[in-house]
Write a protein that binds this ligand. Structure first.
Ligand code: DGL
Length: 264
């Protein structure tokens, strides 16, 4: 069986690339809902139904577990999918999200004030604060800022434009004495900005990127859940399915998965 990745678009490929680099032996299946991206401004019910469709597709393609590599979908659907959908339809499969792994890293990093960029939906869900609160973490504060303009820029490959917006917001806090010591890139798409941001701010702030956090956490999960690990096949394949495919995506996918992929 395979490991599935769900995202609203292409952003999750960055996470898949990084996971596949750490654990190249497994077979991976990716579902990008490029027809409906962005999810960030959709209603909770719409996001739930779209995510369920994607996860179902991945289970039908023989995935033993699915990582919802989309913060918006993780925030709005994970609990409900785990509580309602899984027990009824796929009781032996697993669904994991990307929010708790980040919160665990932030706590481990002992940050005091963390700035977070995310979609409108992720911010209004309050999920990051909730997970922080559940762990009784009172020393860390998260300032969540919705940056809906970034996903369209990044899907279009406009890194410079996205970078300028993000850096202006960080500088405002650093120069204004806001005292931030951490930054959560709370949207899979934003992980594309991690290297540039680290080059600029590494000495001042810790940068939490899911492309780095998820491989480590998934590895630990598989070590703990050997019954899932035992089901995984080791053919080293990567298959990508997009709900809407345009030729301009091909280069992007080829670069991200280093030419090692099949497309439906
Ligand atoms: N990939 C989604 C996330 O991580 C954001 C993109 C969208 O708005 O669809 O939140």
């Amino acid at each position: 069986m395979k490991i599935g990745f769900f995202d609203s678009g292409l952003g999750g490929l960055v996470v898949l690339k990084s996971v596949a680099k750490h654990m190249p032996e497994y077979d991976y299946e990716y579902y990008g809902d490029t027809k409906h991206v962005p999810y960030g401004d959709r209603s909770e019910e719409e996001i739930y139904n779209l995510t369920k469709t994607g996860v179902k597709h991945l289970f039908e393609r023989d995935c033993a577990l699915v990582v919802i590599a989309c913060n918006t979908a993780s925030a709005e659907t994970l609990r409900r999918l785990q509580d309602e959908f899984l027990p009824e339809e796929y009781p032996t499969r697993k669904i994991l999200g990307v929010i708790i792994p980040v919160i665990e890293e932030v706590i481990e990093g002992e940050c005091k004030k963390v700035l977070m960029f995310a979609t409108q939906r992720t911010v209004s869900s309050g999920k990051y604060h909730l997970e922080l609160g559940k762990r009784n973490e009172i020393h860390t504060k998260i300032e969540a800022v919705a940056t809906p303009e970034l996903v369209p820029l990044l899907e279009a490959g406009n890194m410079a434009g996205a970078n300028a917006i993000v850096q202006a917001l960080i500088d405002e806090r650093l120069l204004g004495g806001g005292g931030i010591d951490g930054l959560i890139l709370g949207c899979t798409h934003y992980t594309l900005l991690a290297d540039t941001l680290r080059n600029t701010y590494a000495e001042k702030i810790q940068i939490f990127s899911q492309a780095e956090i998820i491989p480590k956490k998934l590895y630990e999960y598989l070590m703990k859940h050997t019954e899932i690990k035992a089901k995984l096949s080791r053919g080293g394949s990567r298959n990508v399915f997009l709900t809407e495919h345009t030729e301009s995506y091909d280069t992007h996918i080829a670069i991200l998965l280093e030419g090692r992929f099949m497309q439906e």
